[in-house]
Design a protein around this ligand. Structure first.
Ligand SMILES: [Mg+2]
Length: 362
C-alpha cells in the first residue's frame, strides 16, 4: 500500500538576519565555564577554507604538523590499495556526509553546491556499492542539493531516512515510524523517522530562535525538520557569545532537547539515542548487510557529528572512517582526506576499482 509522502512540512526554512545593531559580546560567566563551547575548534577560518591551495606563511608553518598528523590518519588515497586488499570478498557500503565532504564549506548554507564532477562520481560509485548520504541538514534539502534517486538519504543526523525500494523489498518494514511512500522525489520510496514525536517542539524552537536571533547580524537559523541549526559563520566574533547565550536561554524551556556543536554551527536536536553511528548500523541492517564478516562500511565526513559513525566502525572493527580535514584534529577515523577535491579523487578510485575484474561487489 502506498502512502502519501510524509514531508509536506519539511521544506527547509532559512531565515537570514538582520540589519539591526549587533549586541556586543560581554563575557558571561555561565558561558565562560564552557557550558556552550563557541570556539573556533574544528572550524578552520574562512581564510583557510578559501585559500587551501595558497602557500601562505601560516600554512607553511602548519604543514609539518599536518604531515605528522597523517602518520596517525594516513591518506585514503595513498592507502587505497591497502583498503581494497582488505575489502576483497566483501561488500562495500558507502556513507557520505554532505557539507564539507561533497561540497565546500561556504558562508551561506544555501550556497553549498556540489560540483557536477562530484555528482557524476557519486552517481557512478552508487552503481557499484550501496551509497547513502547522511547529513545534519533536512533530508529534502540534501536531496535537492544532490539530486540522485539512486541513493539512500538520511537527514537530521539520521533521524529522517529515505531509501529506494529495491525490487519488492521493503527494508524498514520491521521498524516503528516507518512508512512506504510515493512523492515528488521518487516514484516509490521508504522512510524511517524515529523522532516524529519531536516535530511540534522542533518547529516551536525554530520559530522562537528566528525571533530571538533577529538582533544578531549574520546569524542564520535553519529548520532541518528534526533538528534546528544556528549558523554563526557570518556573525562577528564579538557576538558569538550572544548567539550562544540566546540558544542556551531558549533551550532552558525545552528539557527534551540538547545542543551539539559543528563547524560554526550550533545544532538543537531531540534527546534521543540516535545519531549518525546509529543511522549507519540501521541502514546496514536494513540492507541485509549487518554481517561484519561480509561487509566493509566506509564513512567519509568532516564534522564532529560524523565521529559517532567513525566510532561505530572503529569499535566494531568493521570498516573505515575517513575524516575530511585540512587541519590536524583528533578523530576516531582510520584514514584522512584533505578536502572535497580529494574526496572526489577517492570516489573515482572506488569507481575504477568497482568496475575492475578484481571484485564482484554487487
Ligand atoms: Mg560536514
Amino acid at each position: 500500500m502506498d502512502l502519501k509522502l510524509n514531508c509536506k512540512s519539511s521544506t527547509p526554512s532559512i531565515a537570514p538576519f538582520s540589519k539591526k545593531k549587533t549586541i556586543s559580546g560581554n563575557l558571561d560567566d555561565g558561558l565562560a565555564d564552557g557550558k556552550i563551547d563557541v570556539t573556533e575548534s574544528s572550524s578552520p577560518s574562512r581564510k583557510k577554507i578559501r585559500t587551501n591551495h595558497l602557500k601562505d606563511h601560516a600554512q607553511e608553518e602548519a604543514l609539518p604538523k599536518y604531515k605528522l598528523w597523517m602518520f596517525k590518519y594516513p591518506s585514503a588515497l595513498t592507502s587505497f590499495e591497502q583498503m581494497t586488499d582488505h575489502a576483497k570478498g566483501k561488500k562495500i557500503a558507502l556513507f557520505l556526509d554532505y557539507d564539507g565532504t561533497l561540497s565546500p564549506i561556504v558562508n551561506h548554507p544555501d550556497s553549498a553546491f556540489m560540483s557536477s564532477e562530484m555528482r557524476t562520481a557519486v552517481k557512478s560509485v552508487a552503481e557499484y556499492f550501496p551509497t547513502a548520504i547522511i547529513s545534519g541538514r533536512s533530508r529534502d534539502k540534501v536531496f535537492e542539493l544532490v539530486g540522485l534517486t539512486e541513493l539512500y538519504y538520511a537527514g537530521s543526523h539520521g533521524m529522517d531516512m529515505m531509501g529506494p525500494v529495491r525490487g519488492s523489498k521493503f527494508l524498514f518494514k520491521d521498524y516503528q515510524n516507518c512508512i512506504r511512500s510515493t512523492g515528488i522525489q521518487r516514484k516509490e520510496s521508504q522512510m524511517f523517522q524515529p523522532a516524529t514525536e519531536f516535530l511540534p517542539t522542533i518547529n516551536k524552537v525554530f520559530r522562537s530562535l528566528v525571533e530571538s536571533m533577529g538582533r544578531i547580524k549574520g546569524a542564520i537559523v535553519e529548520n532541518n525538520k528534526f533538528t534546528v541549526s544556528v549558523h554563526y559563520r557570518q556573525v562577528e566574533k564579538k557576538a558569538w557569545l550572544d548567539v550562544s547565550q540566546i540558544v542556551h536561554d531558549t533551550l532552558k524551556d525545552y528539557p527534551n532537547l540538547k545542543l551539539t556543536h559543528g563547524r560554526k554551527v550550533l545544532e538543537i536536536r531531540p534527546i534521543l539515542d540516535w545519531n549518525k553511528g546509529k543511522a549507519v548500523e540501521f541502514l546496514l541492517q536494513s540492507l541485509d548487510l549487518g554481517n561484519s564478516e561480509d561487509v566493509l562500511p566506509i564513512f567519509v565526513g568532516d564534522d564532529r557529528t560524523d565521529e559517532d559513525a567513525f566510532k561505530v566502525l572503529r569499535e566494531k572493527t568493521r570498516g573505515y572512517g575517513i575524516v575530511v580535514s585540512s587541519v590536524p584534529k583528533d578523530s576516531s577515523a582510520f584514514y584522512s582526506l584533505r578536502d572535497p577535491s580529494e574526496v572526489l579523487v577517492f570516489l573515482r578510485y572506488l569507481v575504477n576499482w568497482g568496475g575492475s575484474d578484481s571484485i564482484h561487489s554487487k
